[in-house]
Design a binder for this molecule. Structure first.
Ligand code: UD1
Ligand code: CA
Length: 481
């Protein structure tokens, strides 16, 4: 006998995702509802993949097309259709054409139990193989077992699982619950699955009935009792979705704090699982960090900032109420308050983006500044450029977008419009209030505004003439003699 990994039996994972999720009251299939990091189904698939299974099958039914298209492009999954949806045993039976007759073990997961960890799955498989059980059930002892199937033990061994609705008052007192996660020996599973009846409160074919059947057949049934019951929380309602999401955030926040990140108020800090943050960065309340965001060390992210899919260097300050998506901000830069960085924006080292400044598909070079009220779109701006208040790149002609180039050291006076395509050369100046329609060469001044005239004594004359008019009006109002 060898113990090399190649000799371990094949593993087939099945994820049940066909149910409607009536209690969600949603048009979206339940398993597509999101927790931080993605849809519940995606979370479960990611965990399943950690086992490197031989096959991964998703049972779809309610809104099957929506679920399939949600997973489009995922080469490693196959689908089994359950139509109509008659319960969890019936769902698993739909995989028989794909899986029955094969050797090995089947690991069954629920699309609505998203927090399960890879470590628990490994423990399940290891324990199942070691005991050579026909079935191994993952269970947990919880404070509030309401809604879950209860584990009924006789002499310490699991005898059957009873659903909430079918349980007697004393069975309802049992606090050990069925997580809905199992490992089965494939041969005995498909042999017994068709024998399950639907005589219960919901008239459904319950997979949980398999345990009593196995008992009668003298098959070995084992349990793996997990320490952290939070991991097997099922989501059946929007309230449970919010609770599970909170658990995901809490775990992430604890990891961040343990790695040296300060969260002023973890309860209002929303960080997706894949976000990375360097040590000594301070995150203020109400901050939302999403997707594949990476933030460096010693940054300060002030209150009510949202950053998605962006890369931020070290020592960056993002001030209150800024929105940053799909952008890069280099070390030492400062952004906000009230800044809007749209996708493909690059803010250079120690550059400054101030209040009410919007950047789209724009590079702002190192140490350049756009401190107040500007729109910079499709622009390539060099280093040490000063962009004055109210500057606008007019990048859109109603049909196409055009680029603006501003070279190193240029100075754009306030309230200028740069009508693209246009280039301002190295070190050039644009006079405030200009509408620039032609390139400004390096070292030149571009000025394009109405010439000012000064009319001396105009106010005094205006006053005199209006006094005269008033006298006339007054005279006109007098009665005639
Ligand atoms: C189920 C278990 C319960 C366990 C709980 C854990 C049964 C009978 N009950 O109850 O013991 O404590 O999970 O969360 O198994 N599904 C289908 N087709 C169907 C019905 C359901 O694919 O016909 C899928 C659902 O989409 C869901 C999963 O199976 O992903 C569980 O179904 P659900 O109706 O949520 O079962 P629970 O009542 O939570
Ligand atoms: Ca459920």
């Amino acid at each position: 006998m060898t113990n090399s990994p190649t000799s371990s039996p094949p593993i087939h994972v099945v994820i049940l995702a066909a149910g409607q999720g009536t209690r969600m009251r949603s048009r979206l299939p339940k398993v597509l509802h999101r927790v931080p990091g993605g849809s519940m189904l995606n979370c479960v698939i990611r965990t399943a993949e950690s086992l490197s299974p031989d096959t991964l099958t998703i049972v779809v039914g309610h809104e099957a097309e929506a679920v399939r298209s949600h997973l489009a492009g995922m080469k490693s999954v196959q689908f089994a259709l359950q139509e109509p949806q008659l319960g969890t045993a019936h769902a698993l039976l739909q995989t028989a054409p794909l899986l029955a007759g094969r050797p090995g073990n089947l690991v069954m997961l629920s699309g609505d139990v998203p927090l399960l960890t890879a470590a628990t799955l490994r423990t399940l498989v290891a324990s199942h193989c070691e005991t050579a059980a026909a079935a191994t059930v993952v269970t947990a002892v919880v404070e509030r077992p309401f809604g879950y199937g209860r584990i009924v033990r006789v002499d310490g061994e699991v005898a059957r699982i009873v659903e909430e609705r079918d349980a007697s008052p004393s069975e309802r007192q049992i606090r050990e619950i069925n997580s809905g996660i199992y490992a089965f020996d494939m041969v005995r599973l498909f042999d017994a699955l068709g024998g399950i009846a639907s005589q219960n409160a919901q008239g459904e074919y319950y997979l949980t009935d398999l345990i009593a059947i196995y008992r009668r057949r003298k098959h070995v049934v084992k349990t793996v009792v997990i320490d952290d019951p939070g991991e097997v929380r099922g989501v059946n309602s929007r309230t449970e979705l919010a609770e599970v999401s909170r658990l995901v955030r809490q775990k992430k926040n604890e990891e961040l704090m343990a790695s040296g990140v300060t969260l002023i108020d973890p309860a209002t800090t929303y960080v997706d699982p894949d976000v990375e943050i360097g040590a000594d960065t301070v995150i203020h309340p109400g901050v939302i960090l999403e997707g594949r965001t990476r933030i460096g060390a010693a940054c300060e992210i002030h209150a009510y900032v949202r950053i998605a899919d962006s890369e931020i260097g070290d020592n960056v300050t993002i001030k209150n109420f800024s929105l940053v998506t799909g952008s890069q901000i280099a070390s030492g830069a400062s952004v906000g308050p009230f800044a809007h960085l749209r996708p493909e924006t690059v803010v250079g080292e120690s550059a400054r983006v101030g209040n009410f400044v919007e950047l789209k598909k724009t590079t702002l070079g190192a140490r350049s500044k756009a401190n107040h009220l500007a729109y910079l779109g499709d622009a390539t701006i060099g280093a040490q450029v000063n962009v004055g208040a109210g500057t606008i790149t007019c990048n859109y002609d109603g049909k196409d977008k055009h680029p603006t180039v501003i070279e190193d050291g240029a100075f754009i006076g306030s309230d200028s419009q740069l009508i693209a395509p246009v280039r301002v050369g190295k070190g050039a100046y644009v006079a405030a209030g200009s509408s620039i329609t032609q390139d400004v060469p390096a070292g030149a001044l571009g000025i394009a505004r109405g010439r000012q005239s000064v009319i001396e004594g105009w106010v005094e004359r205006k006053k005199e003439s209006s006094d005269a008019t008033a006298t006339l009006r007054k005279d006109a109002g007098k009665p005639a003699h």
